[in-house]
Design a protein around this ligand. Sequence first.
Ligand code: KG4
Ligand code: ZN
Length: 350
Amino acid sequence: MLVMTIESSCDETSAALIRDGRQILSNAVATQIPVHRRYGGVVPELASRNHIRDIHTVIDEALQEADLQLCDIDGFGVTSGPGLVGSLLVGIETAKALAYTLDRPCVGLNHLEGHLTAILLDFDESPPPEFPYLGLIVSGGHTDLYIVHGLGEYQLLGRTRDDASGEAFDKVAKMLGLPYPGGVAIDRLSTDGDPTAIDFPRPMWTRKNLDFSFSGLKTAVALHLEEAGLPEGQDLYDLCASFQEAVVDVLVMKAIAACKQNDLSRVVLSGGVACNRRLRQKARAACLEENFQYFVAPPRLCTDNAAMLGPIAEFYLATGDEIDKTGLSIRAQSNKPLGMSQRPPSSHHR
Ligand code: KG4
Ligand code: ZN
């Protein structure tokens, strides 16, 4: 099946063409980072207006890159939540209009499910993970640990009780006067820093509880800045590296603990923070030590993009869990976790 997927939940407008839920024929992404940078974060009203401006361009780009036409498409999948309401609406209404005009099915998809299963796409020679695997979603809005039993079957093990890890990166970067998105800036500056320079707390440092908390760490950085002033040069690099190390240590420790407690041996990182080089390095090393398999997609498939919706779009379209084209609406604003009944039970395991 040839599926067009559309993603517009936050500040990236994206359209992709995916064959059989695996093969990425194209993945066009228009980022709004320069638009929001001057405000230090995403401005929802500006985001929706820019989605309207960019959505047709990315759809055209996706078709051109794949050398295909709209009439070749067998079905559509679009992020229907969670995300910014005005932003989601642009993707949803566009997908519905295309599906209606072409008389093709259209399915609304969960953004988090997209992140969790992007690893099933074909992006290099190595085979994708088998089920079940431990999925760690680390993004601007979420920090969640799931067991992925199969497509549509997820079991939440732990999540952040306050800030998401990406949010912590962004807020700390803002305090330091670094540009949005803060995670990218902190990652870059940390390369020249000493991660042991400042002993920041590792919040919820317990293997028993798989929840996270990052707001206390953010406060610890704020207190440090109150005492020591705004750092420059080497001091800035050291602070970035020390903060990053605290976040990474907690993420890796909990991911490994989650595997041990649930008899899992495959770890999959996803979401924007999974681009972080230190996180990739430490997660890989920890998995090697435990004899676990470690998986992470290339950065372009970790940050928001439409291709990541390919595996679930194919799955839900193929299993007939189609949503009425005219009724498809914004789902979850929510923090509602993904569950075991994302879909009706059937034999869908790979
Ligand atoms: O998944 P994503 O693109 O959007 C959401 O669904 O939220 O994630 C965006 C988040 C931002 O908080 C950004 O600062 C963070 O991912 N991020 C990073 C890095 N690249 C992006 N955080 C740490 N290190 C990075 N290299
Ligand atoms: Zn995301």
